[in-house]
Design a binder for this molecule. Structure first.
Ligand SMILES: Cc1ncc(C[n+]2csc(CCOP(=O)(O)OP(=O)(O)O)c2C)c(N)n1
Length: 370
């Protein structure tokens, strides 16, 4: 008998792993054991990294941080469902795709500190990293523009004869933004080679999704734009991987865009500036903790004989040591040079900026804070 997901993929909830980490359907194809191990390693790395960076924020070492905790399955699946040549247009919780694509951890962290190791020279808000070498743009603090940019990039690639697919992300709240409509409409009409992934974590900061949309699901919105919509368990890395890989392949074959709704939950605060205890219940958080994507994958790997307690502990120790080394290396770096304030806009500085630059350099360094 067809499951609801097969009958109406935009109304059902596709799962490969049940909440207790068992295969829902034994006949489904799975990634290799090697890929499963790498998925787990990356998911654990992101979890531990976020914990450490939230602490650094509370200790006053960084100004702002946006953690992925609870939503790691989607960025991890993205790493393995795309080609390195595909472009990523993230929202708030997909920074880790860069790490999975090989962006060095120290350089990634330097962006959070905004110091001289930061390729963006401290000009972006912390946690808004990007890397040309891994084809990932920065998330913009404004909700939505990444969607129209991703559709435009996909169309540009098609015009150039490049088979790149763009993958753009948004939260449930961002479906209320005009840019969502613009991007979906344009993608549908032009059949742009892109995939739009809505991470439905049930909250847009303090606004619950039922106050955001009266639609039965977010995936069903795809119907109105003439593209397929698929609703998937966003805490099931294998299900997200399968759905995303299929959508990316479809786009690459020239069959047009897909909207994916990944149903998930943000376990932590919206960002380091938020206190979620003011708007949601402990019971709700406790329920979603039982659906934890990391725990679910670990249960599955353990049952398959790919993971045990000793292996898990050794991996966590190695990851923690790597994070500690990277933090120590990055925290010691100097701020960006004052001269860098004047770089990158003009090939040759106009006279008035030369004057301002000279004046600013003559002021010397501000006294260091202790
Ligand atoms: C255009 C715009 N409006 C409002 C905000 C303020 N804001 C920042 S994050 C956020 C909620 C985003 O919710 P959602 O899209 O569901 O993503 P989530 O962070 O939950 O993944 C809001 C309203 C903004 N950054 N940009």
């Amino acid at each position: 008998m067809d499951t609801p997901s097969q009958l109406a993929p935009d109304l059902g909830l596709l799962q490969i792993l049940s909440e207790d980490g068992k295969l829902v359907d034994e006949s489904l194809g799975l990634p290799s054991d090697e890929v499963l191990g790498r998925m787990h390693e990356l998911m654990l790395r992101v979890r531990r990294l976020d914990e450490r960076m939230m602490l650094r924020q509370r200790q006053g070492k960084i100004g702002f941080y946006g953690a992925t905790t609870g939503q790691e399955a989607t960025p991890v699946a993205t790493v393995f469902a795309t080609q390195p040549s595909d472009w990523i247009f993230p929202a708030l919780r997909e920074n880790a795709v860069m790490l999975g694509r090989g962006f060095p951890l120290e350089k990634w962290l330097a962006q959070v500190y905004g110091n001289s190791g930061d390729v963006l020279k401290g000009r972006q808000m912390p946690s808004h990293m990007s890397g040309r070498e891994v084809n990932q743009v920065s998330w913009g603090s404004c909700l939505g523009p990444q969607l129209t940019q991703a559709v435009g990039a996909a169309l540009g690639a098609r015009l150039r004869g490049d088979d790149m697919v763009s993958v753009a992300f948004l939260g449930d709240g961002t479906t209320s933004e005009p840019d969502f409509h613009t991007a979906m409409n344009f993608a549908g009409v032009t059949r742009a080679p892109c995939v739009i992934v809505c991470q439905n974590n049930h909250w847009a900061i303090s606004v619950p999704s039922e106050k955001q949309s009266a639609s039965e699901t977010f995936a069903i919105k795809a119907r109105a734009y003439g593209m397929p919509g698929i609703r998937v368990d966003g805490n099931d890395v294998l299900a997200v991987h399968q759905v995303l890989a299929e959508a990316v392949a479809r786009a690459r074959r020239g069959e047009g865009p897909t909207l994916i709704e990944a149903v998930t939950y943000r376990i932590g605060a919206h960002s380091s500036s938020d206190d979620p205890t003011r708007y949601r219940s402990d019971d709700e958080v406790a329920l979603w903790k039982t659906r934890d994507p990391l725990l679910r994958l670990e249960r599955f790997l353990t049952a398959r004989g790919l993971l045990d307690e000793a292996k898990g502990e050794a991996l966590a120790e190695a990851i923690d040591a790597e994070i500690s080394r990277a933090i120590a290396a990055v925290e010691g770096l100097e701020p960006p040079t004052r001269r860098s304030l004047f770089e990158d806009v003009y090939d040759a500085l106009p006279w008035h900026l030369e004057e301002q630059c000279a004046e600013s350099l003559a002021l010397g360094d501000a006294p260091k804070e202790h």
